[in-house]
Design a protein around this ligand. Structure first.
Ligand SMILES: Cc1cc2nc3c(=O)[nH]c(=O)nc-3n(C[C@H](O)[C@H](O)[C@H](O)COP(=O)(O)OP(=O)(O)OC[C@H]3O[C@@H](n4cnc5c(N)ncnc54)[C@H](O)[C@@H]3O)c2cc1C
Length: 395
């Protein structure tokens, strides 16, 4: 703590008024720092407003390094787990709750509540917020830094880069630190629709399924969840989670396939028995699947015009329902993605303090780093946790 008589407050300039930048500013100001945020948008917290479909899924009870692309996050997650984040928000006056899957939301289920609370605290702690201001260059000086922006030059003791990524309405500012030698891992967008051409006529249909994703023939991840079929794409929370696996796969992707089990509650044998005993041969899936999905499943099966249900037909139908394969041709563009995989390489960032190893006094937090988490509150969790870690070290 630097509060109290006789202690000079340090100037900290934070580039980016998103989730990580705002929380970092609040904590540094609480500890006695003189904090300025420069934000290129006309207000801070803009992306936060659209998170979690407007409800802001701000963390997850099941936070662990496995949900992220790199074990770099481990030490910080051990210290700043979901309970710590909820406690932190409680101390700011924001009540949170978790749903049955462990996803944490503000009690109001409204992202604007989160932003309003954060804005109030910024004002109370006298954080200097400068909007419509783009940071263009960071220069190291003898006793600190000069940050050149579209609104002039700022001199500061310490700099925090909290500029996020250019996924959906963001800006890519990684290059601000390349001059110090930081490497940039090329961006791959994630938490975005999986693109495909194989599913027809199912736009808008949702299904609760088990699905797995394979790349070059190797299955990387499989989970239960909801898919939302669209024209030439598959969306929904489960597709978003699986898309992270594809985004993280940095070798040559020769093939990518989604395998969907439309009836995950029944073993294939039981489903085949059910179909054989109960279903009409001319419309065998009418009582099991949405008709658009039934059409797509049946289209993958061998042609059989017989009006009599046979064992073979029932077995084929059950297999078709449980192993429906879709060739994935890519991931939605940055405008439909929630996060960017890639970013500032982690090897030159301290994994406890988030201070640059190449430039003392420069800190790098949040999504601008090469850290991405699965869909479910893990990305905002990293934004908060990295902000807290940095704020404890910076003064
Ligand atoms: C539609 C959508 C929904 C999402 N939903 C969820 C969810 O429910 N749960 C979850 O965990 N994650 C979610 N995410 C991801 C999450 O929002 C981000 O991972 C998180 O906001 C990253 O925080 P950050 O502080 O690193 O970056 P950001 O929140 O993106 O903030 C960075 C800020 O820096 C500013 N900036 C950039 N460059 C400059 C510059 N040169 N000068 C000045 N300012 C600059 C940007 O304008 C921005 O305001 C969602 C993302 C989107 C797009």
């Amino acid at each position: 703590m630097l509060q109290g008589v006789g202690v000079m407050s340090k100037k900290v300039l934070i580039i980016g008024g998103g989730a990580s930048g705002i929380l970092c500013a609040l904590k540094v100001a609480e500890n006695g720092g003189e904090v300025t945020i420069v934000e290129r948008n006309d207000r801070v917290g803009k992306k936060l407003l659209s998170t979690g479909n407007g409800k802001c899924n701000l963390s997850n009870l099941n936070v662990s390094a496995e949900a992220y692309n790199d074990t770099f996050v481990k030490k910080i997650l051990n210290k700043y787990d979901a309970k710590r984040i909820m406690d932190e928000f409680a101390s700011l006056g924001l009540l949170c709750k978790a749903d049955q899957e462990g996803r944490i939301y503000p009690y109001s289920e409204s992202a604007s509540t989160v932003v309003n609370v954060l804005l109030q605290r910024l004002a109370e702690r006298r954080v200097n917020v400068i909007c419509d201001c783009v940071a263009q260059k960071i220069e190291k000086k003898e006793n600190g830094f000069a940050v050149i922006t579209s609104k002039g030059e700022f001199f500061t003791d310490k700099v925090v880069l909290a500029s996020g990524s250019d996924a959906t309405c963001g800006l890519n500012s990684h290059s601000l630190v390349s001059g110090f030698g930081h490497k940039i891992v090329p961006l791959n967008y994630a938490i975005a629709p999986l693109l495909c051409k194989d599913v027809r006529g199912a736009n808008g249909v949702r299904a609760k399924v088990y699905a797995s994703i394979s790349i070059n023939g190797e299955t990387l991840m499989g989970e239960r969840g909801e898919l939302l079929f669209k024209d030439n794409a598959i969306s929904g929370v489960l597709a978003f989670r699986l898309s992270s696996m594809l985004a993280r796969y940095r070798d040559d992707v020769k093939s990518c396939q989604l395998e969907v089990d439309f009836v995950p509650d029944m073993p294939e044998k039981d489903l085949a028995e059910y179909v054989y005993n109960n279903c009409r041969a001319y419309a065998p899936l009418e009582g099991i699947l949405h008709k658009a999905l039934a059409f797509n499943v049946l289209a993958t099966l061998p042609m059989d015009r017989s009006l009599i249900m046979s064992r073979k037909k029932a077995n084929d139908i059950a297999r078709g329902c449980k192993t429906f394969k879709v060739n994935i041709t890519g991931i939605g563009s940055k405008n439909s993605a929630q996060v960017a995989g890639g970013g500032i390489a982690l090897e030159d960032i301290d994994d406890v303090t988030l201070q640059s190893r190449l430039c003392k006094g420069l800190y790098i937090i949040g999504e601008v780093e090469n850290v991405d988490g699965l869909c479910g509150g893990f990305n905002l969790h990293w934004a908060w946790a990295s902000a807290l870690a940095c704020s404890e070290d910076i003064l």
